[in-house]
Design a protein around this ligand. Structure first.
Ligand code: ZN
Length: 350
């Protein structure tokens, strides 16, 4: 494996495998699939693992969405909320795909930072069971307790669509992330229970009010798994300098999102983005968060990404660009996986 291995804050491969036929078709992860992430490409690129998102899709046309996002300014309406009864079976199928991949030996579902470290040492792919948008969690949080027992270690209260727990940012450019109300009372209870269970809370799709609600109520480091710098790309999904300062104060971290609409200054979902644009965001993030609080959060299999890193097989190019840019080998290692391990140890306990 290419060193240092990349441990990554976000991918949507479970959603893609769900769409491609579910558990019985999950084998393509091992035999090779069209898409950004599979076992073979991971080996080529030194992809050591990451957060595997369970995400319940809305009936929206992704092509339409990405087409809209090539315009100079856009404001995409958010889809309707999804009820727990409808979300749960979809989420369960994606968890079943994750467990099937573990059964087939493609990866290990990690429950501790030590698990991840052991995987990175042995070359086994490390997966965190993550939920993006808590539609599959009931108001009494019973599902949260059950899924935690099944390995859930990280959750975003919302994907951008509203849930009973809070509200996210619509995909709007240019725009402040300060759009709409924050967490609901149920959302505050979710924060408390996640703190008790030591499930990591992901701030990436929350709007600004929701972000500050978590900042006020959570006792864990603040983490945005896949978000970029608003100062460089003024997209509703990116983090303002004030948000970054709060993350730094909590000793949390941010994973750099590869989605081109959140990288480019013009906010367009167009893939001709040089790696130097990713480094501009990294420089800005490191400038406020410090070298110990920045990592990667690719959004692979969920977004249009820069041409040179279309799949995980291209990750060595990004590592090379970091070195060319003047980052020390020690810093590159921190960005590639050490910082994720640090923050997860802190959040989950040793
Ligand atoms: Zn996302």
């Amino acid at each position: 494996m290419t060193t240092p291995a990349v441990f990554d804050g976000h991918n949507d491969v479970l959603l893609q495998l769900y769409r491609a036929g579910g558990v019985s078709k999950a084998d393509v992860f091992l035999t090779g699939r069209k898409g950004a992430l599979d076992a073979e490409k991971a080996k080529q690129g030194g992809f050591g693992g990451g957060f595997f998102a369970v995400y319940v899709p809305s009936p929206v046309d992704l092509e339409f969405k990405f087409e809209e996002m090539t315009k100079p300014a856009y404001d995409l309406p958010l889809p309707e909320p999804i009820d727990w009864e409808d979300a749960l079976p979809v989420a369960m199928t994606q968890v079943a795909i994750l467990l099937e991949l573990e059964r087939k030996g493609a990866l290990k579902v990690c429950r501790s930072a030590a698990d991840i470290r052991a995987c990175l040492d042995s070359g086994k792919m490390a997966a965190i069971f993550h939920i993006e948008g808590a539609e599959a969690i009931d108001p009494d949080l019973h599902t949260l307790d059950v899924l935690h027992a099944a390995g859930l270690r990280s959750i975003g209260p919302v994907w951008s669509r509203s849930t009973i727990f809070g509200h996210g940012v619509p995909f709007r450019y240019p725009s402040s992330p300060d759009i709409g109300d924050g967490l609901t009372d149920q959302g505050l209870r979710l924060v408390k229970r996640c703190n008790e269970l030591r499930i990591m809370l992901d701030l990436s799709h929350l709007n600004e009010k929701g972000f500050w609600d978590v900042a006020r109520h959570s006792d864990a480091p603040l983490v945005a798994t896949h978000s970029n710098a608003h100062a460089i790309c003024p997209h509703s999904r990116n983090l303002t300098d004030d948000q970054l300062k709060a993350i730094a104060e909590s000793d949390g971290m941010v994973g750099l999102n590869f989605a081109v609409a959140f990288l480019r200054e013009d906010g367009k979902m167009l893939a001709d983005v040089p790696l130097t644009q990713m480094l501009r965001h990294l420089d800005h993030l490191i400038g406020i968060l410090g070298e110990d609080r920045v990592g990667l959060g690719s959004d692979y299999d969920g977004a249009v990404v820069p041409e040179e890193v279309t799949t995980v097989a291209g990750l060595p190019r990004l590592r090379e660009a970091m070195i060319q840019h003047g980052y020390t080998e020690q810093l590159v290692k921190k960005l590639c996986h050490e910082n994720w391990l640090r923050v997860l140890e802190k959040t989950w306990g040793a």
